[in-house]
Design a protein around this ligand. Structure first.
Ligand SMILES: Nc1ncnc2c1ncn2[C@@H]1O[C@H](COP(=O)(O)OP(=O)(O)O)[C@@H](O)[C@H]1O
Ligand SMILES: [Mg+2]
Length: 361
């Protein structure tokens, strides 16, 4: 391993000598290392990452997206802590070894990462971090980015695909899910509405992060203030309120994404409020009316979208999501459906929270 670290450091023209390296275990997609160099008796750390090219099929396009976005943020906010991806002599911000492993190097930010989602102050700080990310990029032209996963959050298309597979019923499983399908038929148009309006150009094309979890935020060790958002592998053009929606879908879910006991699944209003506070304070002046007014609808829509993806995968024989048992995708789908129903039921209260937060800030 030390040989590869040395090689990567050389390719990215890091000054000094390799001093030490350690694996970072947080995150579960890429292989991440803190690598320290010594020069003239001083130590400087970098983050080396081997990109998981099984998960990310278009790593070069991802790195071009990252280059656009991080260069923009760094130039706009030269005084703040930002991510700086290093370049090789060829001017690329990645290096592919002879064995085809894909590497990148970024500045190491002294920080802590928090995995747990129960602490309301951490949730609020996470909202602040992702709201700030949206505001930093509010005048960035999202259309220059590659859509590295085409149609990733095209809710209408996701639902259309599900209903096509219901017609085909390739595994004979449709009969097991009639209740779920009835509900999805009822809400199909409503859930797809924002994605349809986005495609028509009625909603701004922003940069979305698409993995808005607390462990993709670096926090200050003492103050616990958010410092910078990391994990930019899924940045794409999209709707900023879907970043909000996906975050609360995950954070405000009282249980895991695959809880089989549906009586335990509910949408936690307090957690929603905490995230909304952090996010809206940052974005109030950068998002448009239409975006601010549809935060709750987006949360419902993206939850229906994920439910339909899990259900679709179950109907076609578990081809996409890794399953630990045969009905895992069905359990996941039911869990998201229950959550969507709860968001829908609570939406008057949630809308009120959003209005209150907008007024207060
Ligand atoms: N620039 C950085 N400085 C310090 N730590 C970082 C930096 N970038 C990422 N990390 C840490 O490494 C972890 C994994 O990185 P991440 O890019 O999120 O990879 P994954 O895609 O595997 O989740 C993060 O959760 C964070 O703890
Ligand atoms: Mg991560």
């Amino acid at each position: 391993m030390v040989e590869i670290m040395k090689l990567v450091g050389e390719k990215f023209r890091l000054p000094g000598e390799l001093y030490s390296y350690s694996t970072i275990t947080m995150g579960n997609v890429n292989s991440t290392y803190k690598v320290t160099y010594e020069m003239d008796g001083r130590l400087k750390s970098y983050l080396f990452q081997q990109v998981n090219t099984h998960a990310f099929k278009k790593p070069v396009e991802i790195m071009k997206n990252i280059d656009h976005v991080t260069t923009f943020i760094r130039q706009k906010y030269p005084q703040q802590i930002t991510l700086h991806f290093h370049h090789t002599a060829d001017g690329a911000n990645y290096y592919i070894t002879d064995e085809n492993s894909f590497w990148r190097v970024v500045n190491y930010v002294e920080s802590i990462t928090i995995n747990s989602c129960d602490d309301l102050s951490v949730i609020e700080a996470t909202g602040k971090a992702f709201g700030n990310f949206q505001t930093q990029l509010s005048d960035f032209d999202g259309s220059v980015l590659y859509e590295t996963i085409p149609g990733f959050h095209n809710t209408k298309q996701r639902l259309d695909t599900l209903f096509e597979h219901i017609e085909e019923d390739p595994c004979g499983r449709v009969k097991e899910v009639t209740e779920e399908l009835e509900y999805l038929s009822q809400v199909r148009e409503r859930a797809a509405d924002l994605s349809v309006r986005f495609a028509r150009g009625e909603i701004p094309k922003r940069v979305t992060h698409n993995d808005t979890k607390a462990n993709n935020v670096l926090f200050h060790k003492e103050t616990k203030e958010p410092l910078v958002v990391v994990d930019l592998d899924t940045i794409m053009p999209g709707m900023s309120m879907y970043d909000f929606g996906d975050a609360v879908r995950f954070i405000a879910n009282a249980v895991g994404e695959d809880e089989p006991d549906l009586s335990k699944v509910y949408f936690d209003t307090e957690k929603f409020k905490a995230f909304a506070k952090g996010f809206i304070r940052e974005t109030k002046n950068s998002l448009t009316e239409i975006e601010l007014q549809n935060l709750v609808t987006a949360s419902f829509s993206i939850t229906i979208e994920l439910a339909s993806r899990f259900l679709d995968d179950y109907l076609v024989g578990n081809r996409y999501f890794r399953c630990e048992y045969p009905k895992h995708n069905l359990v996941r789908a039911r869990c998201q459906l229950k959550l969507a129903q709860d968001i829908d039921k609570k939406s008057p209260a949630l809308e009120q929270i959003v209005r209150d937060v907008i007024e207060q800030v």
